[in-house]
Design a protein around this ligand. Structure first.
Ligand code: C2E
Ligand code: CA
Ligand code: CA
Length: 806
């Protein structure tokens, strides 16, 4: 199994390399040792051969000395001279045994054997088989040589030939000594080699004379027969022998070889010991190396392990603890780089956290962080028994400022407001930007009065005009305050309550409002309405009611004003006063206008089909004047139904027309150009000048109901205004409508003043379409029977109108 840890692998590698190195060294030592051993052995064997040679020659000289002494013996010479063969033979025997000779010959001057000591005297009277030896003795005075005579069992002998002098040579005496184990032992003692002699007769078994133990001799002979003559090593008794086989110079030309051998096992004993010692030493070195390597591996891997631990820490999100590896090498550099990375991540995370909890523009805490801190502050204040105040602030007219002076100005303004707020509060308090132009301040106070002090301080901070890029601007803000635990126990609720208070301040056009319990319901409803408007249009929750406008002269119904209602699933039937303003704020009013236009035109079309000569009036919002596609849309609707444009009257409140006269003029001009009738609604409540009205090219004025409702009660001022308005309108060529006609008295006055049309509860309340049609058919107004002149009739009409009102 492969080792898993880096440390183990490193260790294995180092130890492996060491082991390999040592094995290689040992092998090299062994091979070189073996080679040099063999070379040495060969040298030894060659030297041994020379020693053997010189031993034999030395022995030959020694033997010849001995023989010479014998030949000089008087008795011996006398016996030889006597020619008496038995005597000679006995003398030869005696003397031969004295010098331990193995064979003695007496050779006559003619070269034939005169006598010998051999048992069968087989050479007697025959020529001496080694005449060369005798010849050399004749020349040199003596001769010696090795022989292996067939006649002598082919055993190797050393023959010595000397003359028998009297004083001239009278015969030759030749004495032979076998070369036996003792001779070989002598050589072995000198050379430490096993020495043998191999005599190979031309026919017959080779003969071995050897100092080897008996059992090995037979095996050696066997091997010699098997192996080639040049073999340098032999297997003997399971041992390897380095061998040298060299022919010995023989006097008779017979084949005698000397065999020198040395056991390789024995010779390599010291080498093996050396190798063992090297093995022991290298094992010890290996052990030391393993210890050192494991220390080294630990030195390398423990910083790595610490790096890994650091990486795991970073993974867990702990960026604070440094890696803690300080060393100058590459690992140290890695650790330093790693540490740099850790610091970088930590810094970036810090940045991300900051961005997630702070507003990018002002650098103030954002809503998330603010709510967190508020919760903490509330918990602390609870322990201390103090109050936590929360002021939520919304800049007035910020959208306008943004639109007119540009977004970058708006941004600068927000930054400056944030800065000023930051300066007014104590270090322990927090300012945050909640979003858009909404800021919040959180503070600790002892009582409600303290909260108002803070509010005043904040107000003062914004009092001085802000000067940005050369533009000086007054900034007003609406401030809503809520206190914990007076108004809420937790941060979320406290925030909502402060919001409610802030809206209250806005509605009252005051700078500061403190939360009043019971307002939440109202603001929740507002929120619901805002979010559900779109759905209401799409989901058929809107209804259109119609209120008739009647000609004062003759009492005929001329047209009906379409008034929208919202049948809300939870809040029931809601008046347009409640949701149209919200729709305007949320930018959804266009949806409502289009829906109403569609329904109103459709209704008008049906009336026309039913033979009723009625126009329809629809209210436009101030924002509709900014819709460039509205005129085309209206014309399209009329064309679909083939209705003449004059059947549709569009009502625009005076204030809407005056708010943006330029836009109003363009849009109304376009509508007018397409033949639609235009009316100024709620006339008298805005500050319009006659000149402006003229420029708008409207067709009629609708006097606001606030002037009309009490007309019957004898209010002389209202009467004056109504009367002069009617006159004025007529002078400008406009029709005049009075809305809010609630009683016969008002009717009569209007009739007297010459007003053209009347609309109000006196005639009918706004009614859903089916009831409106019913009303048209049943009431005297609907029949065009003219204005009622009696109280009973007006009372009856009132009742019917009231009954139809939803
Ligand atoms: P407005 O255009 O002035 O409409 C007349 C309002 O006076 C209607 O209120 C009507 O019910 C009420 N009224 C009629 N006769 C009398 C009366 O004899 N005495 C009194 N005191 N009031 C009378 P409503 O239907 O609640 O509408 C309120 C306002 O909502 C409308 O005022 C109009 O400005 C706006 N509005 C209604 N429908 C729409 C619409 O479809 N689009 C737009 N943009 N505004 C609408
Ligand atoms: Ca109206
Ligand atoms: Ca009105």
């Amino acid at each position: 199994m492969a080792p898993r840890s880096f440390q183990a692998r490193l260790l294995l590698l180092m130890v492996g390399v060491l082991v390999l190195l040592q094995v290689a060294t040992l092998l090299a030592v062994h091979l070189a040792g073996q080679r040099s051993l063999r070379r040495t052995l060969r040298d030894e064997l060659r030297v041994g051969a020379r020693v053997f040679d010189s031993t034999l020659s030395a022995r030959g000289r020694q033997l010849s000395d001995t023989v010479r002494v014998l030949a000089a013996d008087f008795a011996f010479r006398e016996a030889v001279a006597s020619g008496d063969r038995p005597t000679i033979t006995s003398v030869l025997n005696n003397h031969g045994s004295r010098i331990a000779a193995d064979a003695v010959f007496l050779i006559g001057l003619d070269g034939s054997v005169a006598a010998d000591t051999l048992a069968d005297s087989r050479f007697v009277d025959r020529p001496f088989p080694l005449p060369a030896l005798v010849d050399r003795a004749r020349e040199k005075g003596e001769a010696a040589g090795v022989v292996a005579l067939d006649a002598l069992d082919h055993r190797p002998y050393q023959f010595v030939v000397v003359p028998v002098l009297a004083p001239e040579p009278i015969a030759w005496v030749c004495i032979g000594f076998t070369i036996d184990e003792r001779v070989l032992d002598g050589v072995r003692d000198l050379t430490a080699l096993d020495v043998s002699l191999v005599a190979s007769p031309p026919d017959g078994r080779p003969l071995l004379i050897s100092a080897l133990p008996r059992d090995k001799r037979a095996e050696l002979l066997e091997r010699l027969r098997e192996q080639s003559r040049t073999a340098e090593s032999l297997q003997l008794g399971g041992e390897t022998y380095e061998t040298l086989l060299e022919p010995l110079e023989t006097a008779d030309g017979s084949r005698v070889q000397m065999l020198l051998q040395r056991s390789l096992e024995q010779a390599s004993g010291p080498l093996r010991q050396l190798e063992l010692r090297i093995l022991a030493l290298s094992s010890a070195a290996l052990l030391v190396a393993i210890v050192a390597a494991s220390f080294f591996a630990r030195g390398v891997t423990s910083p790595l392990r610490r790096l890994a631990e650091a990486a795991r820490r970073i993974g867990r999100g702990d960026y604070a603890t440094p890696v803690g590896v300080t060393q100058g090498d590459e690992i140290g550099q890695l650790a330093a780089a790693f540490d740099g990375m850790r610091a970088g991540i930590s810094q970036r995370e810090e940045q991300i956290r900051f961005q997630a909890t702070h507003d990018a523009l002002t650098g103030l805490p954002n809503r998330v962080l603010f709510l967190d801190r508020l919760a903490v502050e509330i918990a602390q204040a609870r322990r201390r028994g103090s109050l936590v105040g929360l002021a939520v602030m919304d800049l007035d007219r910020f959208k306008e400022i943004n639109d007119t002076l540009g977004h970058s100005f708006g941004d600068d303004l927000l930054v400056e407001v944030g800065r000023r707020l930051g300066q007014t509060i104590r270090a322990s308090d927090t300012v945050a930007r909640l979003g858009g132009d909404e800021f919040a301040v959180m503070f600790e106070v002892a009582d409600a009065r303290g909260a108002l002090d803070v509010a005043a301080r904040v107000g003062r901070a914004l009092e001085a005009p802000l000067t940005l890029g050369g533009v000086s601007i007054d900034v007003n803000a609406s401030l809503g305050i809520a206190l914990c635990p007076l108004h809420a126990d937790d941060a979320g609720t406290l925030m909502k309550r402060a919001d409610v208070a802030m809206y209250q301040a806005k509605r009252q056009h005051g700078a500061v409002a403190v939360y009043e319990p019971g307002r939440d319901e109202h603001s929740l409803r507002r929120l619901a309405i805002l979010s559900e408007l779109r759905q209401a249009v799409a989901g058929d929750q809107l209804e259109l009611h119609f209120q008739p406008q009647v000609a004062l002269a003759g009492g005929r119904v001329r047209r009906a004003e379409a008034l929208v209602r919202w049948r809300h699933p939870r809040y029931g039937l809601m008046s347009p006063d409640e949701f149209v303003t919200l729709a305007e704020q949320s930018g959804n009013v266009g949806l409502i206008t289009r829906w109403v236009l569609q329904q109103a035109v459709a209704a008008c079309d049906e009336w026309q089909r039913a033979g009723l000569d009625l126009a329809v009036a629809v209210n436009l919002s101030a924002l509709d004047l900014h819709d460039p596609e509205l005129p085309a849309f209206v014309v399209g609707l009329l064309q679909q139904r083939s209705l003449p444009p004059a059947r549709l009257v569009l009502e625009i409140t005076e204030s809407a027309a005056m708010k943006d006269p330029a836009h109003a003029q363009t849009t109304l001009g376009e509508l007018k150009a397409r033949g639609l009738a235009l009316a100024i609604d709620d006339y008298g409540t805005g500050q319009s000048s006659l000149a402006q009205l003229k420029r708008l090219r409207v067709d009629e004025l609708k006097i606001d109901k606030s002037f009309v409702t009490h007309l019957g009660g004898g209010a002389s001022e209202d009467a004056l205004i109504v009367r002069s308005t009617i006159e004025l309108g007529h002078n400008l060529g406009l029709e005049v409508v009075a809305e809010g006609v609630e009683d016969a008295a008002a009717w009569e006055r209007l009739e007297r003043f010459g007003c053209d049309l009347a609309q109000g509860y006196f005639v009918s309340r706004p009614l859903p379409e089916p009831q409106f049609r019913e009303w048209l058919e049943t009431s005297s107004w609907g029949q065009g029977r003219g204005a009622p002149s009696g109280d009973q009739r007006s009372a009856g009409e009132r009742a019917s109108g009231a009954g139809g009102n939803a």
